[in-house]
Design a protein around this ligand. Structure first.
Ligand code: FES
Length: 124
């Protein structure tokens, strides 16, 4: 296995907020065109903030770790703050990624942004 940071391994071995959410307020599924891995994000939203993010990811250790890390960090954020979360910030948050795994941080950022867009479309 590639050399991953302690944070990647911690989130990979002990994923936070994984699993289905009943009747989410917004959701999205994205697929990484590079490798075919998939991530589904489900959001509970209250007062324009993320009350809860859950996810289902079929992918590599960094895909699992970035899903878990993101779900933990965006709780309580405004939608605008969450929309501004970049894949670079996620990759930095998990302690960096090997060069050939940088694309793995795309899933979490994209899925989160699309789930927020889904919520905005539902309430508009
Ligand atoms: Fe597919 Fe990492 S190899 S997201």
């Amino acid at each position: 296995m590639a050399a991953y940071s302690e944070t990647v391994m911690d989130h990979f071995e002990h994923p936070r907020n994984a699993g289905e959410m009943d009747a989410p307020d917004g959701e999205a599924t994205v697929r990484n065109p590079v490798c075919g891995d998939r991530m589904q994000v489900m959001l509970r939203i209250a007062d324009d903030r993320i009350a809860k993010m859950q996810w289902l990811t079929r992918g590599c250790p960094p895909a699992i770790a970035t899903s878990s890390w993101t779900s933990e960090h965006v709780e309580g954020w405004t939608l605008a703050e969450a929309e501004a979360l970049t894949r670079e910030a996620i990759a930095e948050g998990i302690g960096g990624l090997p060069r050939d795994k940088v694309h793995c941080s795309v899933l979490a950022a994209d899925a989160l942004r699309k789930a927020i867009a889904d919520y905005r479309a539902r309430v508009s």
